[in-house]
Design a binder for this molecule. Structure first.
Ligand SMILES: Nc1nc2c(c(=O)[nH]1)N[C@H]1C(S)=C(S)[C@@H](COP(=O)(O)O)O[C@H]1N2
Ligand SMILES: [Mo]
Length: 530
């Protein structure tokens, strides 16, 4: 019920989603890392399913307690609703946020009392519905405990039940009285209907709830440089150089994707500046826009992992905005707030050293997709996404690291987070069987803003050998590589890869976990020659 109501008012305040989001915020970093590494992009469905199971168990427990002491169950339900309401307030600090929890609580308490009355029978009004000792039908679960106390024994025997308590619902003196069978079937059915309705509504709002997705993007005044044609190797199975928008990796803490109305959205830029400004969406579209190919990576990407993609981003250079507001010399970080409650912080030095740091409105020639931060987000080449790529941005302050602390910094992740050099084997796949003869290996390597100088491959315990590199698209982009090997006998072989960045630094062998500043180590897979 709460999910359905929230779909109409504000999805983030759905009891399930709000409590889930609060749990994500509160979860200690090791638990979060475990979830990301174990469940990958399914971490949120797993969390929600787990919560649903726990909730069903708790409410079932309260239902059983209600046979014994009605007030305990009522207090339990009120407590659940209060938790949901409080969690919703942490998402949307507006009294309206508690509405889904409040309505759900009221319906839950009323429903509980109603069902309880029906199942136990309340003295005098439903004499025929209770335990039916005379006909030997099945007594209700509470019959021994409360039924005997509440239903005068004489009356029970005086009017023997003609119907089994498992019969359908009956109407007694104009009152609809639920039966156990009705509750057993109707309860889950109502749950399924409400869940499906809420899910559908939420899903629909996720797709088209944002307003202003029909605006035409202007042409960039500084278009993306034409990429050399052979940045893309013609090899089956290799990661495409240009990631199609739907295939772009996605990582965020948002259980419900913020859907923003660009007509009411604005972006204040303030803090340690001479002249704060507030930008509307149209203001940004009116500025001189640049377009750049940039590869984005997540710090949570494990060695060989999938959280890296490349897009063509359209936006305003941050330095142009900073020129307008006049940044004071004491500022050392760009501190952002987003519609999902996340705060992030970019080292000011990195954003102003000449690289293409920008406030983005377009991806691959279209408005930013909703799940990519519509209407606007940041991109800073060379920094991991969790510090640099704030989606659904709602505020940008020039600040200092002493003054404001970002969400992930509070959770012990690195403050300064340059991308680490990584390389990945896409072909052959793990344990793939390949015919004897020439075996082609291929993949990608990245070290944004430093570039990739070379990639080396080692088969089994042999020597490192230079892989062939595809054309270089620029230092902010990943680079494809391939290596042809003539197989030496059938059976299992291991292949390892390591890249050297544009500064001549090779990837270290020693593996580290993604926490707190990114995974290190060589990717390695095994394949089988037939
Ligand atoms: N508002 C907001 N912005 C966010 C995040 C988030 O959870 N909320 N996740 C960040 C992380 S960890 C990464 S890696 C990138 C991923 O961007 P993408 O989902 O568009 O690939 O967005 C960043 N921006
Ligand atoms: Mo990330």
């Amino acid at each position: 019920m709460g999910h359905t109501i929230a779909a109409v008012t504000d999805p983030a305040t759905s009891p399930l989603l709000a409590v889930g989001s609060a749990a994500i915020d509160a979860a200690p970093t090791p638990v979060k890392e475990f979830a990301v590494q174990t469940f990958g992009s399914a971490d949120k469905p797993v969390l929600l399913a787990g919560m649903a199971v726990v909730l069903v168990l708790i409410t079932a427990g309260l239902g059983l307690l209600a046979y014994w002491r009605r007030w305990i169950a009522v207090v339990g339900l009120v407590a659940l609703a209060a938790i949901a309401g409080a969690a919703a307030l942490t998402r949307t600090p507006d009294p309206i946020a508690v509405v889904p929890a409040l309505v759900t609580g009221v319906i839950a308490v009323a429903g509980l009392l109603w069902v309880r009355a029906g199942v136990l029978g309340s003295a005098g009004t439903q004499s025929g519905t209770a335990t039916g000792t005379a006909t030997g039908t099945v007594p209700g679960p509470g019959a021994d405990v409360t039924g005997a106390r509440e239903t005068p024994a004489a009356e029970r025997h005086a009017s023997p039940a003609r119907e089994s308590p498992l019969d359908g619902p009956r109407v007694r003196s104009g009152q609809f009285v639920p039966t156990r069978r009705g509750v057993l079937i109707g309860g889950p059915a109502a749950l399924a209907v409400a869940g499906a309705a809420g899910g559908t509504l939420l899903g629909r709002r996720r797709d088209d709830g944002a307003i202003g997705r029909d605006r035409a993007l202007p042409d960039p005044s500084d278009p993306a440089p034409l990429l050399p044609e052979d940045v893309q190797l013609e090899l089956p199975g290799i990661t495409p150089f240009r990631t199609p928008s739907p295939d772009f990796y996605r990582v965020d803490i948002a259980l419900s994707t913020p859907r923003i109305d660009v007509d009411t959205w604005s972006l204040p830029i303030g803090g340690l500046v001479d002249e704060p400004i507030t930008l509307r969406y149209e203001d940004i579209l009116d500025m001189a826009l640049v377009e750049r190919w940039i590869t984005l990576t997540c710090v949570s990407n494990p060695v060989g992992g999938p959280y890296v993609s490349t897009g063509r981003w359209l936006g305003v250079p941050l330095v142009d905005l900073f020129e307008q507001v006049g940044v004071r010399p004491e500022a050392d970080q760009i501190f952002t707030e987003s519609a999902d409650g996340l705060t992030m912080s970019i080292p000011l030095d990195a954003a102003t050293d000449g690289r293409d740091a920008m406030l983005v409105v377009g991806l691959n020639g279209e408005q930013l997709p909703v799940e990519r931060g519509f209407p606007a987000r940041l991109i800073v080449p060379g920094l991991f996404g969790f510090v640099s790529a704030a989606k659904w941005i709602t505020r940008m302050d020039l600040s200092t690291y002493d003054r404001d602390i970002a969400y992930w910094t509070e959770r012990d992740w690195a403050t300064d987070a340059p991308v680490l050099t990584q390389s990945r084997i896409d072909v052959p796949g793990p344990l793939q069987r390949v015919p004897a003869g020439t075996v082609t290996m291929a993949g990608i390597a990245w070290a944004q803003h430093r570039g990739i100088r070379s990639v080396e491959v080692r088969i089994d315990d042999g020597d490192w050998q230079q892989a062939e590199l595809a054309a270089d698209g620029g230092a902010d982009l990943w680079r494809q590589w391939r290596f042809d090997w003539t197989s030496t006998g059938s059976g299992r072989h291991d292949v390892q890869v390591r890249a050297t960045d544009g500064r001549g630094e090779a990837q270290p062998q020693e593996r580290t976990a993604p926490f707190p500043d990114g995974a290190r180590g060589w990717h390695s897979i095994a394949f089988v020659v037939e």
